[in-house]
Every structure is written in structure tokens, then in C-alpha cells.
Design a protein around this ligand. Structure first.
Ligand code: NAD
Length: 439
């Protein structure tokens, strides 16, 4: 890790997930490249605060089960914590801490007045009834309520959670305070203070950054790709992020040949009917899986999808899917990290060495937190924007962030992953030095 002299009792706990170890490896690489103040680097490798809660609920069969939940606030120098809530059977404290760290750098990179946080419950949401999911969400919210709030830390949806989850969180927090406090979460339904365009924002942002990447590579004569029928795309993870990214890129004329979910994938070399799939599956809400879709498609495994000879690959499911073991099979020229941490630090290096262009997660999927910020601002002012305004502002923020990352990449002659982290760390570093160390 960054410095072995400062190992604490909890070091092993933090470092127990690959995602956290990767985040720290990437931070170390960025810190070395930009010659970051070692005191700042030391501070950034561990979170500011972490809360572990046990969440008991009565299942529909009458039995009480206790689930484990977490909320980690990595750094709040720039403002309140911001980050999603994940419901997944593999969630653990270390993974949540790694994701919180990524949120810190993401918010900083795109210039938001927000810090980095993340939360989760170790549960398989597909096995919960609606009533059980509601009870779990409400009790978890109640258990973490002392560290969240519109001015403290503002959760949002992530894997296995959605706008309904946010509605239950908002209601629970509000009931406990005695009045409606919509600003406690983002990604809420429109009816209770959500923002137009928030649901689509992450996937839409992924495609905006792909457009910037193509423009950049065209200018430097490294590609002749355009988003037309000659360009093939594969999307790993047809969820809230991946399905919207697939839909948006297909709308622009590119050919999406494969998409997948946790049950496996579907493939058609001439392009899938993404509009139909998108409408049918209502990502994250329908409960229908891709394996149930049989019209003009062949089944494909998740592993084979990642190895397809496509122009653009969008890993938008979970972390750690492209590793040193399978990176040699990946053939895509542009890889847009829709998910957080889908490519390990080792695999990123291999891909960049063989000339692939990686759009780093903290840039590629930042659309979600950008529009979450817009939702928070609109809610604070009780003044709501139309979807065109939201999308225009989103495009502007991402465009500026993309330019900044390219400037840094050119300056340091480093990879895109390192450049994006440097952009995030640099702004945060200046803010931390200005605020100084308390006491
Ligand atoms: P989601 O739960 O809506 O979708 C996840 C998708 O991935 C589903 O289709 C699921 O079936 C699939 N999946 C899960 N495990 C898989 C596996 N092992 N192999 C293949 N597919 C698998 O979640 P989401 O909100 O779309 O989040 C996806 C990723 O994007 C996560 O890494 C998340 O942290 C990141 N992200 C989400 C947002 C957001 O606004 N939702 C914002 C930024 C980043």
C-alpha cells in the first residue's frame, strides 16, 4: 500500500477487497506521477468515518433475519458526502470503503462541492419480497440516520437499489425528523422531488464521454470510428447504467451486438433490437432477465461477451470483471467504464499498453453524481429545471472534465486512468491544504 509504516489495526480490514486494493494502487500511481504531498496521500488512503450496522427485519415467513449494512464517508473536505447504496450479497466494508474513495475523486474531478461516501447491505435483493425490501431499507436508514442528511451525506441508488428505495429512505428519514426532507437522498421519484433526467444520467453520461473519446482519437488520427452502423458495441450489465448507455448509443446509430445481465447475455452480430429490449425490461424494475428474451438472438456468456471483437466495450455491471486473467482476450478499441472499478489496475496497464483507450470510471460514469448534484440543488431551492436544461448542464460539466483529463494525460504522458485520478486528487489536495489539519 502507499506507506507500510502507518499500518493500523484496521489496515487488513480495509485492504481485504480487491476493489479497495485497486483504488489504493491507482491512488499511489497518481500520487507518484503528480508528486503529491505524502501527508495528503497518507490521509487519502483511509476513509474519514465508517459505520457498520446490523439490520434486523421480519421476513414474510415470520422469521427474523439480521443483515449487515455499512455507510462509509471517505472524505468530506469539499462538501457533504455523496454516494450510492448497494444491495448485493458480496458487499463488505472494504468494498464500500473503496467505492467511497472513488466517489471522493469523482466528485472532485467533475468540480462538485461534494465529498465521497458509499453504503450497502450484504443481501441478495432478488430474494426479497417488496415488503421485505421496504423493511430492510427503512431499518437501515434509521440505523445510519445520525450520519446522513442533506448537509452531511446524501445517498443515491446503486446496484440492487432504485428510485423506490430512495423514496423509502427519504420517507423514513423525514418521519423521524417530523417533516419532509427530500434533500436527504437523490435519485428519488419525480413526484417527491427527483430531477428529470436523473434515471438516465449515468448511462447518458457514459455515451457523452464515448463521443468525446472518439472526437479526441479522431483529432489525433488514432481512429476513424463514428457512431454509425459500422461501429459495434457490447454492453456488460444491462442494468440502470448499461441499458441506458446501450439505448443512447443505439439511438446514435451504432450497432449494439451483445448485452448481458447476471443470468448471461444475448448476441446478434447484425445488432440487437435495443429499443424493444429497453422498453420490455425496464432496467432495474421489471424483474425480467435477459435469458428470457429469445427473439433473433443467440445466448452468450458474460466472459465471451467481454472478449467479442467489438469497437466499443461498456463494462457496466460490477467491479473486477477485466483482470490479469482475461485481459488478453479483450479486443475492444475503446473501453468505457460504466461500472465502478470494472478493470483492475493490472489489467488497465495491459490494455493501455496494447493501445486501447480507457474512459476511466470516475469520468465515464460521473453523469449520475452530476445530476444527483443537480437534484440536490433543485431540491434546496424548490425550483426545478426541465430535462433539456439538465442534459445541457450535464453535457457541459462532462465536456470540461474530459478536456481536463486529456490535458493532464498530455502533460504527464500517463494513462487515462492515472490522469483522471490526478485531476480528482489535484483539486482535493488544494482544498485540503487550504483547510489545514484540525486541531
Ligand atoms: P443495476 O443493479 O441496475 O444493474 C447491474 C446490472 O449488472 C444488472 O443487469 C445485473 O444483472 C448485472 N450484473 C450483476 N452482476 C453481474 C455479473 N456478475 N455479471 C454480469 N452482469 C452482472 O446497477 P447499476 O446502478 O446499473 O450499477 C452498475 C454499475 O454502475 C455499478 O458498478 C455501479 O456502482 C455503477 N454506477 C451506477 C450509477 C447509478 O447511477 N446507478 C452511477 C455511477 C456508477
Amino acid at each position: 500500500m502507499l506507506d507500510s509504516t502507518a499500518r493500523s489495526l484496521t489496515s487488513e480490514l480495509w485492504e481485504s477487497s480487491e476493489l479497495y486494493r485497486n483504488a489504493v494502487t491507482e491512488l499511489r500511481e497518481a500520487a507518484n506521477t503528480m508528486k503529491l504531498d505524502p501527508n495528503i496521500a497518507e490521509r487519502l488512503k483511509v476513509p474519514k468515518r465508517a459505520l457498520i450496522v446490523s439490520v434486523p427485519i421480519r421476513l414474510d415467513n415470520g422469521i427474523i433475519r439480521v443483515f449487515e449494512g455499512y455507510r462509509v464517508q471517505h472524505n468530506m473536505t469539499l462538501g457533504p458526502g455523496k454516494g450510492g447504496i448497494r444491495f448485493h450479497p458480496d458487499v463488505n466494508l472494504s468494498e464500500v470503503a473503496g467505492l467511497a474513495m472513488l466517489m471522493t475523486f469523482k466528485c472532485s474531478l467533475v468540480g462538485l462541492p461534494l465529498g465521497g461516501a458509499k453504503g450497502g447491505i450484504r443481501v441478495d435483493p432478488n430474494k426479497l419480497s417488496r415488503q421485505e425490501a421496504q423493511a430492510l431499507t427503512r431499518r437501515y436508514t434509521s440505523e445510519i440516520n445520525m450520519i446522513i442528511g442533506p448537509d452531511r451525506d446524501v445517498p443515491a441508488p446503486d446496484i440492487g437499489t432504485d428510485s423506490q428505495t430512495m423514496a423509502w429512505m427519504m420517507d423514513t428519514y423525514s418521519q423521524e425528523q417530523g417533516f419532509a426532507i427530500p434533500g436527504v437522498v437523490t435519485g428519488k421519484p419525480i413526484e417527491i422531488g427527483g430531477s428529470l433526467g436523473r434515471t438516465e444520467s449515468t448511462g447518458r453520461g457514459v455515451v457523452y464521454t464515448i463521443e468525446h473519446a472518439i472526437k479526441h482519437l479522431t483529432q489525433s488520427k488514432r481512429t476513424s470510428l463514428r457512431l454509425d452502423a459500422n461501429t459495434s458495441v457490447a454492453v456488460h450489465g444491462f442494468g440502470k447504467v448499461g441499458a441506458v448507455a446501450a439505448y443512447e448509443i443505439a439511438q446514435r446509430g451504432a450497432k449494439v451486438t451483445a448485452v448481458s445481465d447476471y443470468t448471461g447475455g444475448i448476441y446478434n452480430k447484425n445488432g440487437l433490437n435495443i429499443t424493444e429490449l429497453y422498453k420490455m425490461l425496464k432496467p432495474g424494475q421489471s424483474g425480467i432477465t435477459l435469458s428470457e428474451y429469445k427473439k433473433d438472438v443467440e445466448p452468450i456468456s458474460n466472459e465471451d461477451l467481454l472478449a467479442l471483437p467489438v469497437d466499443i466495450l461498456i463494462p457496466a455491471a460490477i467491479d473486477g470483471v477485466i483482470t490479469k486473467n482475461n485481459v488478453k482476450n479483450v479486443k475492444a478499441k475503446i473501453i468505457a467504464e460504466g461500472a465502478n472499478g470494472p478493470i483492475t489496475a493490472e489489467a488497465s496497464k495491459v490494455l493501455e499498453e496494447k493501445g486501447a483507450f480507457i474512459i476511466p470510471d470516475i469520468l465515464c460514469n460521473a453523469g449520475g453524481v452530476i445530476v444527483s448534484y443537480f437534484e440536490w440543488v433543485q431540491g434546496m431551492q424548490n425550483f426545478f429545471w426541465n430535462e433539456t436544461e439538465v442534459n445541457e448542464k450535464l453535457a457541459e460539466v462532462l465536456s470540461n472534465a474530459f478536456k481536463r483529463v486529456i490535458e493532464i494525460q498530455t502533460h504527464y504522458k500517463c494513462g487515462m486512468k492515472t490522469a483522471a485520478l490526478i485531476a480528482g486528487v489535484d483539486r482535493l489536495n488544494r482544498a485540503m491544504l487550504l483547510r489545514g489539519l484540525f486541531p
